[in-house]
Design a protein around this ligand. Structure first.
Ligand code: T4K
Length: 373
């Protein structure tokens, strides 16, 4: 192991020369943004890779989520409640609230941290318009059960699939589930466009609406139909995506070897629950979350976090605290009603995970963890 800091992740990048070659024609065209050649090219490639008919690109995943809610008209009929999970990144809830909607927090399952479909129905009221589940860490939600509930109650399903790029279930791409899915292409993700994101969706009619919402709501040379924002992906980000997409399968298999190395090192540790692979699912190895049971392990999650920190290893407490414990949400929504999520937030630690993480580093990280027990 080196003395260098090991962070939670490290962006994957193409060779410098490959990126330069990809952006060369931008110098000739002087066309830098507003849905140019690279943007259209990447959209097309992603349709193919993700196995969907419709992909719209955005400046980031968060803006993509907001525009999806707006283009789908959530709240327009007076139903403003959205059932979602508190065990996620701030973006999921922020997008809901910033669109004038009310998050209703549903508990999660303890095995994969995704929304618990059995707890959704009691939260449905005549104000509920949608379910926004999160494929957290790339773990796929119980999509069948969620769709069943949505169909029964006439609700939209929009997945926050920020972590789930490339995941497949029984050979079906994860982007195919629900009415829409948002992906993040942030620098920290398995596939990145530096900053970026996308919405994949089933309703062809959404294409035009999403294009307008991400471009100030402009509907023609002399009119604006929606109070939209500027959320367009620029050509340099799209070019990065084109390059990274060429290598994404290699990226996923390198991540798999790191993932397996962690499993090898930690599988006998008492009091640590390791991520388990979901049946029928081809994962993307986006994160390596472990759950530390302090009684069985002999140390808390925070003890392990501190021990790693002392050795310059940047494990992260994704996702602590729960969203409803953040200052901006405290006492505004249904606090205290998600005990499984609360326990997960107290016990989960995500370990460094990226394609080029050296096995020696994985071994060193694991030995620091095991020494704490
Ligand atoms: N929904 C969910 C469930 C999400 O997790 C996210 C984003 C979103 C929605 C919204 O998608 P975007 O709008 O971001 O597309 C990071 C990311 O910024 C964020 O994208 C991500 N989730 C979240 C889980 O993680 P931070 O605050 O933890 O990032 P930061 O700056 O501490 O970076 C983490 C590590 O990554 C660094 O220690 C080193 C490495 N890194 C970072 C950057 C910025 C690189 O290697 N290269 C880089 O350029 O939020």
């Amino acid at each position: 192991m080196t003395d260098q800091q090991i962070l939670i992740t490290r962006s994957s990048m193409p060779l410098y020369e490959e990126y330069c070659a990809e952006i060369r024609d931008l110098w000739d065209s002087h066309w830098l943004t507003n849905c140019g050649v690279k943007h259209r090219h990447l959209e097309k490639e992603l349709q193919e890779y993700l196995g969907v008919r419709n992909v719209s690109l955005f400046v980031n995943g968060h803006a993509a989520l907001e525009c999806a809610f707006q283009a789908m008209g959530l709240g327009d009929d007076g139903r403003t409640e959205v059932i979602t999970t508190p065990f996620t990144f701030a973006s999921t809830t922020n997008a809901i609230v910033r669109c004038g909607l009310t998050p209703v927090f549903c508990d999660i399952k303890s095995d994969d941290f995704t929304i618990d479909p059995e707890k959704i129905k009691p939260l449905i009221t005549d104000k509920t318009c949608a379910i926004v589940p999160v494929h957290v860490y790339g773990n796929v939600c119980d999509v069948e059960a969620i769709q069943g509930i949505a169909d029964e109650y006439g609700l939209k399903v929009i997945y926050d699939a920020a972590h789930a790029f490339g995941v497949r279930v029984n050979d079906v791409g994860v982007a195919r589930f629900g009415d829409a899915s948002m992906f993040s292409f942030h620098a920290t993700k398995v596939f990145n466009t530096i900053e970026g994101g996308a919405v994949c969706y089933t309703d062809d009619g959404l294409h035009e609406k999403l294009s307008q919402w991400r471009n100030f709501g402009i509907s023609g040379p002399e009119d604006v139909e929606y109070i939209g924002c500027n959320a367009k992906m620029n050509e340099f980000c799209a070019a990065m995506g084109i390059c990274n997409l060429r290598h994404v399968d290699e990226e996923l298999s390198k991540r798999e070897t790191v993932f397996l190395r962690y499993l090898e090192n930690l599988s006998d540790a008492k009091g640590i629950t390791l991520p388990s692979l979901q049946k029928g699912t081809k994962p993307n190895y986006a994160y390596f979350p472990i759950v530390i049971n302090p009684d069985a392990f002999g140390a808390t999650r925070d003890d392990v976090f501190a021990a790693l920190g002392k050795c310059n290893i940047g494990a992260r407490k994704y996702f602590y605290p729960l969203i409803n414990d953040f200052e901006c949400y405290r006492q505004r929504f249904n606090e205290g009603s998600t005990p499984v999520a609360r326990q997960a937030a107290a016990r989960v630690l995500t370990l460094p995970m990226y394609a080029d993480l050296a096995f020696d580093d994985v071994d060193a990280i694991c030995s620091i963890i095991l020494k704490k027990s």
